[in-house]
Write a protein that binds this ligand. Structure first.
Ligand code: ADP
Ligand code: GLC
Length: 495
């Protein structure tokens, strides 16, 4: 396979800036591509947390100070580079380089995302800075790989503002949808601020009439190829139920829409090597898993009993994740069954308060940690017996794949990537890796949980189920080649 020059632009990248799976995927895919021999350069804002994070930042000599005009305003940015570390923190000889866009006026703020009035400008600048940096480096990417609404303006910007530059003549754009629930919709007045008044005819005309601009939709209109992070989600988003208003354009562009399931980084998430868990273990020797369960329960001041199952949750607590199904189901289960529920999450107050109420009502059965804690996420994956993801929609989901690797049986709604990666367990044949339910209804979830608790009562059958899951392979070595094939198809001239 030929070596491809890939510029990957993203608002998140682990370990530098993360709120969810996008950060892991941007990092894992880039490392894979670099190892496979491609020239990968990453573009990410230099957020305050990165500046203060003690990373080795090297000012780029190609890009000292560049002025960029947006409407009547001018911003200055420069670029610092740093290698993307391996999951264990070491720097591989073939580490991809991250180009951090240093624009303090826009990125020196407390969070990654803000509610500030200039949010669209922050990410419009990211796109233009990526293009301008390629110009200064005289480096022509074969592909700009863009991720979510934050990067949605790049294809249009490249083909209009930078159309004069022959450097990009052969460059193709790929727009990946990680989450259609966030589209970057702003008031049309933003066009003036972004200096895009002359580009109005290239934008969605219905939106303009309604007085708005949609970054993600703009990306979907102008990218050469569109991908999303599972096969099932690629189908779902073409329907009104899941398309969140973009199903029409996705149906129109279905010939260039591809579903590619995310890979996961087993260098980061593997119970055999994970240094963030107290005891390491393998599929052939699960003693360590039992010890992790004991340690995990102790850390929540809950009693350990090998025969009492632990149900884990690690999640952003948002509408997407479907936890509003729980209030009808969990109290009934906690009343009747001996069961432990451990929750790590943060997000909407109503969800946080609900889990707190659950904890206060069943203090010997429920544990909750409100917040973000990567170490605890690993310890829950290792110490729980079952893992719950009742998502309303789930483009891919990473935690169910981590769970499989840790022998923690996923109980999930059959949607998006959850449907592509968890196979229903059949106790008659011993095949399958988890428990699924279809309708987004409490009763359907309840049935799946009861089924799981039923199989838990049969230790030998459960052991088989755990083994099936641990044998699954969702590595980037398997998923990465699908992106390589897409890049190759895009950049190979027809005929
Ligand atoms: P999403 O991107 O929609 O949040 P994913 O399943 O793709 O869902 O990825 C979530 C990632 O964020 C996983 O790596 C998960 O471990 C991590 N995560 C989510 N919430 C927390 C939390 N409260 N503490 C630590 N890690 C979390
Ligand atoms: C999104 C989705 C999640 C997916 C992740 C990485 O945040 O909600 O399902 O795994 O992006 O692609």
């Amino acid at each position: 396979m030929k070596s491809t020059r890939i510029a990957l632009v993203s608002s998140e990248l682990a370990p530098f800036a993360k709120t969810g799976g996008l950060a892991d995927v941007a990092a894992g895919l880039s490392r894979y591509l670099r190892t496979a021999g491609h020239d990968v350069r990453l573009f990410l804002p230099l957020y305050r947390s990165i500046r203060e994070g003690g990373w080795p930042l090297e000012p780029s000599k190609h890009v000292p100070e560049i002025e960029l005009s947006f409407g009547s305003r001018t911003y200055t940015f420069s670029i610092s580079t740093t290698p993307l570390p391996a999951p264990d923190g070491s720097i591989a000889r073939r580490a991809p380089y991250v180009h951090l866009v240093d624009c303090p006026a826009l990125f020196d703020r407390p969070g990654i995302y803000t509610q500030d009035g200039d949010e669209p400008l922050r990410f419009a600048l990211l796109s233009r800075a990526a293009i301008e940096t390629c110009q200064r480096m005289q480096w022509a990417p074969d592909v700009f790989h863009l991720n979510d609404w934050h990067t949605g303006l790049l294809p249009l910007t490249l083909r209009t503002l930078y159309a004069w530059d022959r450097l990009f003549e052969q460059t193709r754009t790929v727009m990946t949808i990680h989450n259609i629930g966030y589209q970057g919709v702003f008031d049309v007045s933003v066009l003036e601020e972004l200096g895009l008044m002359d580009q109005r005819r290239h934008l969605d005309q219905d939106d303009l009439r309604e007085g708005k601009v949609n970054f993600l939709k703009t990306g979907l209109l102008h990218a050469d190829a569109i991908t999303t992070v599972s096969r099932r989600y690629a189908e779902e988003i073409q329907t009104p139920e899941y398309g969140m208003g973009l199903d029409g354009i996705l149906r129109r562009r279905k010939d260039v829409l591809h579903g590619i399931v995310n890979g996961i980084d087993y260098g980061d998430w593997n119970p055999e090597t994970d240094t963030l868990i107290p005891h390491r273990y393998t599929a052939d020797d699960l003693e360590g898993k039992r010890d992790n369960k004991r340690a995990l329960l102790e850390s929540f001041s809950l009693a350990f009993d090998e025969r009492v199952p632990v149900l884990g949750i690690v999640s952003r607590l948002t509408h997407q994740k479907g936890f509003d199904l729980l209030p009808v189901v969990l109290p009934v289960l906690l009343q009747r069954e001996d069961l432990r529920v451990l929750v790590l999450g943060s997000g909407e107050a109503s969800h946080e308060e609900y889990f707190q109420w659950l904890r206060d009502t069943w203090p010997t059965k429920v544990g909750i940690y409100r917040g973000y804690d990567n170490d605890l996420a690993h310890r829950i994956e290792a110490g729980a017996d079952m893992f719950l993801m009742p998502s309303r929609y789930e483009p891919c989901g990473l935690n169910q794949m981590y769970s499989l690797k840790y022998g923690t049986v996923p109980i999930v709604r059959r949607t998006g990537g959850l449907a592509d990666t968890v196979e229903p367990f059949d106790s008659a044949t011993g095949e399958g890796t988890g428990f699924l339910f279809d309708a987004f209804e409490s009763e359907a979830l309840h049935a799946a949980l009861r089924e799981a608790l039923g199989v838990w009562q049969e230790p030998e059958t459960w052991a088989r189920l755990v083994k099936n899951g641990m044998a699954q392979d969702f590595s980037w070595e398997r998923q990465g080649p699908l992106y390589e094939a897409l890049y190759e198809a895009l950049t190979t001239p027809p005929g």
